[in-house]
Ligand binder design. Structure first.
Ligand code: C5J
Length: 220
């Protein structure tokens, strides 16, 4: 089995049975005027990881391994969005409101697109998810089962919200999860650091972490 130098110890995976899950690298979170900035966050640290996420994507593409992209998005009629989620935040603009990139966090609006450098290629899967976790109310679990995938590498934003929630969902379902440390980011540096520490604490209670270059080298 190929091995990746990771924390808290080496991560091994069966050849050809490793998938990449890129969480929510959409304009809503990464560009000015989207949901992230409307909530008062500085989006620049998230935009800064785009080239690193691209390196990871290119590594998986070269190795011909499955790639899944997610977007956090709701139906235009918001029937898949709990009223509590709409009400939360009390910002000037909320979910479903018209912002500079179209209606905020709505599937099909320009702001809901993946950032251009990380657009999905033909054959790659895009999952639109109404929750923070990518397994909740989506076909992700079924899709992985059909392909016999048990090992997942994670990247994307934000580390402590959608990335961590999805990793925990995956961990509880029996997947072996590895987070690419520098291909994930948060609006809050302390939250990112705490999440990485939490994931690999207690012998990898949620999974493993490793740098992108180490992961990509192991794929070759
Ligand atoms: C958030 C996400 N932070 N993708 N979504 O609301 O982490």
């Amino acid at each position: 089995m190929p091995v990746i130098a990771a924390q808290p110890y080496e991560y091994s995976f069966p050849t050809g049975k490793l998938a990449l899950v890129v969480i929510d690298m959409q304009r809503d979170f990464v560009e000015e005027g989207g949901f992230g900035s409307v909530l008062g966050n500085d989006v620049r640290p998230l935009a800064a990881i785009v080239p690193t996420v691209r390196r990871l994507l290119d590594g998986f593409r070269a190795a011909k391994l499955p790639i899944i992209h997610t977007r956090e998005g709701h139906r235009p009629d918001l029937t898949d969005c709990p009223p509590s989620k709409i009400a939360r935040g009390k910002g000037a603009l909320g979910i479903g409101d018209k912002g500079p990139m179209g209606r905020i966090l709505i599937d099909g609006e320009p702001g809901n697109d993946l950032v251009p450098a990380l657009a999905a290629l033909p054959g790659e899967t895009v999952i639109v998810k109404p929750g923070k976790g990518a397994f909740y109310a989506t076909r992700l679990g079924h899709l992985l089962e059909m392909q016999g995938i048990g090992h997942l590498v994670f990247a994307g934003v934000t580390t402590e919200v959608c990335v961590q929630t999805t990793m925990r969902e995956a961990n509880d379902r029996g997947y072996e999860c590895l987070l690419a440390e520098d291909a994930t980011e948060s609006y809050f540096p302390d939250f990112k650091a705490a999440t990485l520490a939490m994931i690999r604490a207690q012998g990898g209670i949620v999974g493993w972490t490793a740098p992108t270059d180490t992961i990509v080298k192991a794929l070759r």
